[in-house]
Design a protein around this ligand. Sequence first.
Ligand code: ADP
Length: 636
Amino acid sequence: MTQKQTLSFQAEVAQLLHLVTHSLYSNKEIFLRELISNASDACDKLRFEALNNTALYEDAPNLEVRVDFDKQARTLTITDNGIGLSQQEAIDNLGTIAKSGTREFMNRLSGDQKSDAQLIGQFGVGFYSGFIVADKITVESRRAGLKPEEGVRWTSGGAGDFEVETITRPERGTRVTLHVREDALDYLSTWKLKSIIGKYSDHISLPILMRKEEWKEGEEGKGGEMVLTDEWETVNQASALWTRPKKDISDEQYQEFYKQISHDAEAPLAWSHNRVEGSTEYIQLLYIPAHAPFDLWNREKAAGVKLYVKRVFIMDDAESLLPIYLRFVKGVIDSSDLPLNVSRELLQESRDVKAIREGSTKRVLGMLEDLAKLEKEEGAGEEDKAKYGKFHAEFGAVLKEGLGEDFGNRERLAKLLRFASTQSDAADVSFADYKARMKEGQEAIYYITADSLAAAKNSPQLEVFRKKGIEVLLMTDRVDEWALNYLHEFEGTPLQSVAKGAVDLGKLQDEAEKKAAEQAAETFKPLLEKLRAALKDKAQDVRVTTRLVDSPACLVASDGGMSTQLARMLKQAGQKVPDTKPVLEVNAEHPLVKKLDTSPHFDDLANILFDQALLAEGGVPEDPAAYVKRVNALLV
Ligand code: ADP
């Protein structure tokens, strides 16, 4: 490629650009943070590649970012001597968005500027944010290791396309030139730029340089003005934030650092900064975000914790540094023990990394426990009290995955979980709250899983518990049933699904009730036999139950079996499910059941009973047409 080429942006980029320029103008200044952050990343990449190839430093081993402007030309430039871009990289990286979930993200945009601006803050607009203040951007770059003649110039007005051409560029790295819009000319000021850098980029470990200004007297009679000199000075602290002592870092600085590494516009709920000493030494700075990112459910995405070794950025590595169920955590871990050229494979085997992972997991759980404590603390402010609830609403479902993934911390995790219950619609009941309210003689923590709160609340399996005033936890997250497979008890009290196995209310049932139940089982024996025969393809067993009050029948899973709800969910997700049939339980007191035996339509009624029980819990009869036919026949 020597002559100019004009290329089109990927559709998503064009869409994003439109959005950037139309919805982010209320917070224009972030463009500088994004561009400096890219420059800093480019330097990190160079340092990393140079570990195995020092020649990449050429004759410029000191990595830095320079910010400069030209009032006459109305340009603002951000120059780094990092890794740079090859021609192909410029085309790929500045013309497409590689992030996973981009399309899905775009689909969520509503067209409403305010909410879109928020979403976009989470997504991170990066390079394209330059177009908030520029009507044209020129990028000139040469990748480290390539010849000077292999440089590239990329230019775009931020509409549908961009141009690329080959240039000669002796210096390694990238210069981004913003041709500043009329309404953003106030950014062409040393004072303004310095104050933005101080706010957003102070903690960056690279020096950020700007030209010094000096007062120049005017011609006779005219006033003087500040002019730029050729002398450069460092305008940030240029030491990585996490390496500084805690007492020297303000809350604002912690929050700004979080925003930079997370691309989140909202402040985090909590953070924890520690220097861990002992057999493995490292610094951890971990944050709990206030809201879930758009791709929280993508378990494979790169996590938010960055690994550094002795201040050198190594990689984003999710799984080695924290378990997947803590994938919402953002932050930095800086080890002083790992070798600089550590590979992903090595990471997974390293004992130091295992220790870091364990230590960081404990730290995160500790932070969550502290937030949970605030909830009930007298004297805590309203905002602090609300924090744990906010966290749980956003990430509680992810945390539950930990029950199945992290056996060592299962008990701590169980204490952190919250649920809705028959006594509280808000998902704010902990196992401990539940236990404190248990009825005398109650020996288990009862729960039910369902697709929605409404379905859970209306579940016929709850009838007897309602009648007796026993609280039941209502679990409506998709992961609940799976997760609870791994939790059999909470502090000595067993957990019991009310939709599984026969109900055994134990001491909660009085003698008379027990007698009546036994009697019913006896008198219904012949009827049950007939039902079993009529439903042998559908039900594993048919039995009389005391759990129903108003409904004639319900379905339950056999003890240890999969609930019909979980089976349905797995099937929907395209997974193979062992074909276990549910148990049909009938209410001996219900008029429909009482009439059943003498009905001339026994077979039809039996099938209707079964299908209705299935419908009541949100399922669909296997043969809906047959069901309708049967009901209609009876109606006529
Ligand atoms: P992100 O940084 O989140 O990946 P950006 O839109 O900011 O997204 O940048 C896209 C890509 O362009 C980066 O991933 C990087 O590969 C490249 N890039 C941007 N700025 C620079 C730079 N100053 N030097 C080298 N590469 C850069």
